[in-house]
Design a protein around this ligand. Structure first.
Ligand SMILES: [Zn+2]
Length: 462
């Protein structure tokens, strides 16, 4: 190993309490990106981050404006052009903590109970950002940085990153690198180091079905005009067959089949049917036959209606019924094609007794990262060093818009990891960060930076 990893690990251990107290400061800023009155808090969070990254000794640190909340950017390229360049992605925005009554303590007054730190954003994603900062700080203290680093910390991840693609286009020239480290994916358990190599893509369609020009008395018009709720419900019900297969024509045509090796690997993950039952609280699972729950989550597509808005309790046939139809996509599905197939379904199913329109639709494709890439190999080695066992490779059923955008716009793969556990309550009340896992994660990131430098082919000039 180059430089001095042992010294860096020692620095990381010594700085742990100080870093924890800094994380508590960071968490006390309610940077809720969806709060229209929250601009001052978002600005406080970007100022805090710019200051913290500047104190790492980075040469160029600034909050770059977007059409929404700013992206914090910091670069340190002193390792030189022959060293690898890693983009460290994170997001400083958090989900709303409402309803506050469900929390056992103030979401913006971080408190340690047992082994965990409780606060909104502790796991998603401020704790992960601080683990990266702590690791970089430890390496900087031990000697020159062995790799070039660029922090890219956005403020709109929880909104689906609506302005991130525009940001990447605008600053494309300065965002070059070898790959992105994204610590927003978590791990399967405290003793189960995990590297995610796949994410599902996403498609979202807002739909309106309308009938009469205004709400009508259901006594005068019941049985005379078609109720938009009925037309919409029937259309939604037709999205799946009785077994749970999606019925949209050609929906599965482009789905990349799992290899027998992948299926064996997925079967060995510590996620059996019982764990899905326990974590979901349902009495029986549901979904496409012929695939296990792990396969259905990570490698098969799904269609879900996530919102319906229609009618009232006032004995009237409503003028309209609204729904949001979503799809989680897998390689090699194309969101535009999925949109066309849904439109065909709507044309076929919605009767001429009502009208309909699409209010908005958007989507991005699934992503897979090459497991043999230098970034994945360096992280895998670093995790094995810290946990004493090889990490599990896993496909996540979730979707991170920024990952697809980084791949499409900059051509950069993301290495997905993170030190949030499945019970971290991200987005829910009593969000927490498991501190022993967080400390191990910081050490793994220190080792990762050194392994990455070692993985480089020797300089041909030397
Ligand atoms: Zn989140």
């Amino acid at each position: 190993m180059s430089n001095s990893p042992a010294a860096a690990l020692e620095h990381a251990r010594k700085a742990r309490d100080e870093v924890l107290s800094e994380l508590r400061d960071f968490l006390s800023i309610p940077s809720v990106s969806s709060n229209p009155q929250g601009h001052a808090d978002m600005k406080r969070a970007t100022d805090w981050l710019c200051d913290r990254i500047t104190r790492l000794g980075f040469e160029r640190v600034e909050a770059l404006p977007t059409a929404g909340h700013a992206v914090v950017y910091g670069e340190e390229l002193s390792a030189g052009p022959s060293a690898p360049t890693v983009l460290l992605y994170g997001h400083y925005d958090v989900q709303s903590a409402a309803p506050l009554g469900d929390w056992d303590s103030d979401p913006y007054r971080p408190v340690v109970k047992g082994d965990s730190l409780y606060a909104r954003g502790s796991s998603d994603n401020k704790g992960q950002i601080m683990a990266c900062i702590a690791a970089v700080q430890a390496v900087v203290k031990a000697g020159p940085l062995p790799v070039n680093l660029k922090f890219i910390i956005e403020g709109e991840e929880e909104l689906g990153s609506p302005n991130f693609a525009g940001f990447l286009e605008k600053h494309r020239d300065r965002l070059g690198g070898d790959f992105v480290l994204n610590p927003d994916a978590g791990m399967l358990g405290p003793d189960t180091p995990t590297i995610f190599y796949g994410l599902r893509g996403m498609y979202v369609c807002k739909l309106r079905v309308f009938g009469p020009s205004r709400d009508l008395h259901s006594g005068a018009y019941g049985g005379v005009v078609h109720n938009p709720i009925h037309a919409l419900s029937k259309t939604i019900a037709g999205l799946h067959d009785d077994d749970g297969r999606v019925t949209l024509g050609g929906f599965y045509d482009r789905v990349r089949e799992l290899t027998p090796e992948e299926r064996a690997e997925m079967a060995a993950l510590p996620r059996d049917e019982a764990s899905y039952l326990e974590q979901s609280g349902v009495s029986k699972l549901w979904g496409e036959p012929g695939f296990t729950p792990v396969e259905r989550e990570g490698a098969r597509p799904a269609v879900d209606v996530i919102h319906i808005l229609a009618g009232s309790p006032k004995s009237a046939i409503p003028a309209e019924a609204n729904a949001i139809v979503t799809a989680r996509l897998v390689p090699d599905q194309d969101p535009n094609e999925v949109h066309e197939r849904l439109m065909q379904h709507l044309k076929d199913c919605i009767p001429s007794t009502v009208s309909w329109e699409v209010l908005s639709c958007e989507g991005f494709p699934a992503s897979l990262t090459d497991r043999e890439s230098p970034g994945v190999r360096a992280l895998s080695k670093a995790m094995a060093d810290v946990w004493g066992k090889e990490p599990l490779f896993c496909r996540s059923g979730g979707s991170i818009a920024a990952v697809g955008q980084l791949q499409t716009i900059l051509g950069l793969d993301s290495v997905l990891t993170g030190f949030a556990l499945p019970d971290a309550q991200m987005h829910g009340p009593n969000e927490k960060l498991h501190l022993p896992t967080w400390a191990k994660g910081t050490e793994a990131l220190v080792r990762f930076l050194y392994h990455l430098a070692d993985a480089q082919p020797p300089d041909p000039v030397a």
